[in-house]
Design a binder for this molecule. Sequence first.
Ligand code: PLP
Length: 321
Amino acid sequence: MSNVDRSTIWPYDERGEPRAFFYQRYGDPTSSEAEARLGELDGGSALLFPSGAGATSALVLSLLKPGDTIALAAGCYFGTGVTFQAFERWGLRYVEFDQTGPPPEGVQLIWVEAPSNPFLTMPDLEAAAAHPAPVVVDATVATPILLRPLEHGADFVVHSATKYLAGHDDALLGAVICRDAGIADELRTFRGRAGIVAAPDAAWLLLRGLKTLEVRVLRQSATAADIAARLAAHPKVETVRYPGLGGLISFDVEGGEAARLVETSTRLIENATSLGGTASVMESRRRWEGERVPAGLLRLSIGLEEPDAIWADLSQALAHA
Ligand SMILES: *Cc1c(COP(=O)(O)O)cnc(C)c1O
């Protein structure tokens, strides 16, 4: 892994022709190295973007045109629906559907999430792949360690690399991995023109994070399965959502007041947003998603702490519910 190269310009060759890198908006060595590594992990051509939302925007703007409709998995990442809403005035439409079944007819793009955040359903990837429209799988929560959607017929994988891939809550970054190298070239050209470009420092932090991705994800998954089972047996917990893989859990306590008491009573688990870092974080999602989620829903991202220490903290916090 080389050092981060922050240059925005590189000299032309002795004949005056541009080399592989000439101006940072069109590519830089650090980002290219991270893209190569991510492409290997997911089995396609990877492109970095300044955030997961930036990856979403760039992909939709480059693939679709006014009048087109996206079929969006209901109950998936709140911000993705909000991004699509922002594009409605440019003539883009979206409809929500149950991703555990086939997508609706007459749409130009299918957008599912594996597993969805925070409802934690898994998409029917076979049914999605049977649809004529291209399929995007946001696999932020699964990571390529647990799922490689391109092997299941997806055309694009989207990651918020801010979460598990960078993995330390200190880099904002997104990625798209394309099945088709030619389409990746078109998206790269669009990215350079639109300027939706990641910084080399964030790419370097991604490279560092990827070195430990597998051990982190496997450990977080094992701990999450253990904690989900213990939550399911707790008298103050009404519902536990855990898809059997990954480090993310959501569960419901009695209502909004109980959820607020639990999230503000933890000592080890931080009361903060986001997921996929080395430290466990938990928050009520009602504050961001409104009526769309149950008032008592808490989303818990499992970190690398000892499972017994996480459980001890959760059970003392649940005593306040
Ligand atoms: C966080 C998140 C995003 C958005 O990524 P940012 O890096 O915050 O822009 C997209 N999808 C999922 C599933 C996420 O959790």
